[in-house]
Design a protein around this ligand. Structure first.
Ligand SMILES: Nc1ncnc2c1ncn2[C@@H]1O[C@H](COP(=O)(O)OP(=O)(O)OP(=O)(O)O)[C@@H](O)[C@H]1O
Length: 805
């Protein structure tokens, strides 16, 4: 009889797992997959689900019913129950959890609830963060956040940011990050990313939950998308959010009608350790639909039917949690619903699981709040066994071992047992040729390794490598020379710009900072302009002047003084243009902004306005902070004086022997506390505004650069370049206006573009992805009738006024 495969495998792994995987695969061919998925060297420790309560902010918090105790982990809740005789009884219950979060910012919530789970994924632990609660209590706000505001982004966008920051920091690992987004709507599974073409296993439309060896589950048929950076990942998140089904009822205008599971799959391989070993992990970020009482939500028709499905699946979830929390229960009914089946490994498996239970603080919702708290308390008893998902890839492992054997054999053969010395003969011409061919094949990739035969052969291998490298270097230099010559030639056909300048025959260099030298009009080579192109150019100039004349009563735009910062008075020759000389750039720039560049100019102005508004906001916040700081100093000094005075009088004691504070001191302490809170909040706002300002400034700069580049192209095409040059450049990659810039780039190819600031880059990624999704939604809604668009009542609101070009 064959021994039990799992125990056999575990034993093998303890000794030298790598070698035995091969044997296990041979003995149990059908269980090869099991061996791949489970190395048996998982470190595991028992844990329970972490449970946090988040209370939705409200103006009418029922302090008489709900009390947050100072340990910030316990809620005391009073409910008024009617007794049999019609009297009302006060019933008090204590709920102790891992944290109670009230008036907590999105950032603090992420830090306390989610960060450790996300970082755990980089050690190979699966993680699940789940929001549960009554409809409208803030689950989507917690999980996704208010998408249109960077500061209010929720756990998912923050987790994405953290994942890519970690990927960047861990240079000794290679990572691949994949995403999937599942929706469970009326007990049917839907791929929220099926609208995207790319992705593995795209839309068969049939989804089944599959149980994997080792206890995991996955959804067969669900598309999985490779993402390389934060922005790509945010694009997918927003795309999926846009596709979610949203309904409206009395408690929530944008109520999620489905359960959603956003999964980040991470695979990492060490660059330095054994290449066959790798770890995987997945982060499930779950936004459950909210339970609802039809009497309160007033749902009807479709929304009512959805509510019934939601309530039913949540009651199955409660049954599973009851079974998991009860150690005597052997069977857990995971398969009763799609939701519980899909979350099987998150609820009772090898996962760091966190539940955020969202509740209202209002008296009118106390029954639902109690029900959520009861669920949360049960969930806290559920045991999980987080373990590292380490794998050995048997195929790579076999290859590695084969290589090792080959290497050992070669080492043995190069050792001469008779003389006890390394062989050191001189290689024949044929042998040298053979080594040369081997090196060539090795470099081209057709040979995996060069077999080592002797030390002389090793020397020859090195010498061949050196030859190849020197040859390459020579070739590269030649190619560069040829290319530079070609560029020079191309430049020489643009006589007024580059060639004359390099010969020292140009006139004034314009001081706009465009890097473009203009010859004096008298020195311009009019002979290079063909009659045809010259006519076309004159036509353009006439046309331009006509439009300018028509627009002469239009208010001048204000961009010029800031964008043409280094503008100096033009030489006389330039101010009085002849028919063939181009107009002064400042004048042409004004015309350009009124005509072809009007759209970019408009966006630039809008973005500048936003920037200036944010800057004033920043100034106001700085003022508040300064004033608050002064007040804090003032009160602190008053308090110190007061205490010094009081010390002289001796301490006041209560009847119980406790020190007693005087009214005046107490009021100072309270005031100080309030001021410190205000200081902290304003400081937080200040930081966010700073990030926004950096982002706005980035956009303004981008617009300004675009305006100037477009202007430069237009100016060159309209007035400077002869028709011949234009037609040569027409089909090439270089636009006419780019010639001087391009030349500069050719000469300075080593210069890297500047890295954007880390904070700004994250905000930029966020807004870019968000704006792009809105554009996609816009174009889809144009092409389809609004009723047929899934998620047309999406929670994503209109974009901020910032425009990215
Ligand atoms: N902590 C909070 N701070 C500020 N606004 C909040 C908070 N929690 C919820 N809200 C607001 O309350 C409204 C309802 O929240 P949300 O849509 O997240 O509820 P939900 O629990 O997901 O509801 P449903 O289950 O019906 O989808 C939203 O407008 C949201 O912005």
């Amino acid at each position: 009889m064959l021994p039990d495969i799992t125990s056999l495998y575990r034993n093998w792994c303890c000794a030298a797992h790598a070698r035995f995987i091969v044997i296990a695969t041979a003995l149990y061919p059908t269980t090869a997959r099991l061996c791949v998925g489970y190395t048996g060297i998982m470190s595991s420790h028992g844990s329970t689900v972490k449970v946090y309560i988040r209370i939705r902010p409200t103006a009418s918090f029922a302090h008489e019913l709900i009390e947050c105790l100072p340990d910030q982990q316990t809620l005391r809740v009073r409910s008024r129950k009617g007794s049999k005789k019609g009297k009302r009884n006060n019933h008090v219950r204590l709920f102790q959890l891992n944290g109670v979060l009230y008036n907590v910012s999105q950032e603090d919530l992420y830090d306390r609830v989610a960060r450790s789970v996300v970082l755990g994924a980089f050690k190979g632990y699966n993680g699940t963060i789940m929001c549960f609660g009554q409809t409208g209590a803030g689950k989507t706000y917690t999980m996704t956040g208010a998408a249109e505001t960077y500061k209010q982004r929720g756990i998912i966008p923050r987790a994405i940011q953290e994942v890519f920051q970690e990927v960047e920091q861990r240079a000794d690992y290679t990572f691949s990050v994949h995403l999937s987004f599942l929706e469970i709507y009326n007990e049917t599974m839907v791929d929220l990313l099926s609208s995207l073409k790319q992705g593995k296993a795209p839309g068969s439309g049939l989804f089944t939950v599959v149980e994997e060896p080792g206890g995991g589950v996955s959804v067969k048929g669900l598309s999985v998308h490779l993402v390389h950076n934060e922005e790509e990942a945010l694009n997918l998140l927003f795309e999926g959010e846009m596709n979610r089904i949203i309904g409206e009822h009395a408690l929530n205008k944008h109520s999620s009608r489905s359960h959603c599971i956003f999964t980040i799959h991470i695979e990492s391989r060490s660059r330095t350790l054994s290449e066959a070993k790798y770890i995987t992990s997945k982060l499930n970020l779950v936004d459950l639909a909210g339970s609802e009482r039809l009497s309160k939500t007033g749902s009807e028709g479709q929304v009512q039917m959805e509510a019934m499905y939601i309530n039913k699946s949540l009651s199955f979830l409660e049954q599973v949690i009851l079974a998991l929390a009860d150690s005597r229960r052997e069977h857990v009914p995971f398969r009763q619903s799609k939701l519980t089946h899909a979350l099987k490994d998150s609820l009772g498996g090898n996962c760091n699981t966190v539940l955020v239970a969202n509740i209202y603080g209002d008296a009118s919702q106390i029954e639902e709040t109690l029900s959520t708290l009861r669920f949360a308390t049960r969930m806290k008893c559920v045991q999980t066994k987080p373990s590292i998902n380490e794998h050995i890839d048997p195929v790579i492992q076999v290859k590695r071992l084969e290589k090792e054997i080959q290497f050992l054999k070669e080492e043995l053969s190069s050792y001469n047992p008779l003389t006890n010395r390394l062989t050191n003969e001189i290689l024949s011409e044929t042998q040298v040729e053979e080594v040369r061919t081997q090196v060539q094949r090795y470099l081209s990739g057709s040979l995996d390794e060069i077999p080592i035969v002797s030390s002389t052969q090793i020397q020859e291998v090195f010498s061949q490598f050196k030859k190849v490298m020197l040859e390459q270097q020579k070739k590269l230099q030649e190619q560069l020379c040829q290319r530079n010559t070609r560029v020079e030639k191309a430049m020489n056909t643009t006589p007024s710009t580059v060639s004359e300048k390099s010969e020292g025959a140009v006139g004034e260099v314009e001081s706009y900072g465009y890097g473009l030298g203009l010859a004096k009009s008298s020195q311009r080579h009019q002979q290079a302009v063909s009659p045809k192109s010259s006519k076309a150019r004159n036509d353009k100039q006439i046309n331009r002047k006509e439009v300018a004349a028509e627009n002469s009563n239009v208010q001048p735009l204000t961009m010029s003084e800031s964008d043409l910062t280094t503008h100096k008075p033009q030489p006389l020759e330039e101010q009085q243009p002849t028919t063939d000389s181009p107009p002064p750039k400042a004048e042409a720039f004004e015309d350009f902004k009124a005509e072809q560049g009007s759209e970019i100019n408009r966006i630039l102005k809008e973005n500048k306005a936003v920037l200036s508004e944010r800057t004033s906001q920043l100034r106001a916040l700085t003022n508040v902070i300064n004033v608050t700081k002064r007040e804090i100093d003032h009160i602190t000094s008053d308090l110190r004086q007061f205490r010094e005075q009081r010390q002289g009088q001796g301490e006041f004691m209560s009847a119980d022997g406790e020190p007693v504070l005087e009214v005046e001191e107490l009021s100072l302490v309270m005031k100080l506390k309030e001021l410190k809170n205000r200081y902290r909040q304003t400081y937080e706002e200040l930081r966010t505004t700073e990030t926004e300002i950096r982002y706005c400034a980035h956009l303004v700069n981008q617009c300004r650069m675009r305006l100037l580049t477009e202007f430069e192209n237009w100016y060159n095409e309209s007035f400077l370049l002869p028709g011949e040059v234009l037609s040569v450049l027409e089909n090439g990659p270089v636009r006419p206006g780019h010639i001087p810039v391009d030349k500069a780039l050719t000469l300075m190819e080593d210069d890297d573009p500047q890295e954007p600031h880390a904070d700004t880059s994250s905000a930029v990624s966020y807004y870019n992805a968000y704006n792009r999704t809105l554009q996609r939604r816009g174009s889809r809604q144009v092409s389809q009738s609004p009723d047929s668009v899934r998620g047309s009542r999406s929670k994503m609101k209109l974009p901020p006024i910032l425009s990215v070009i």
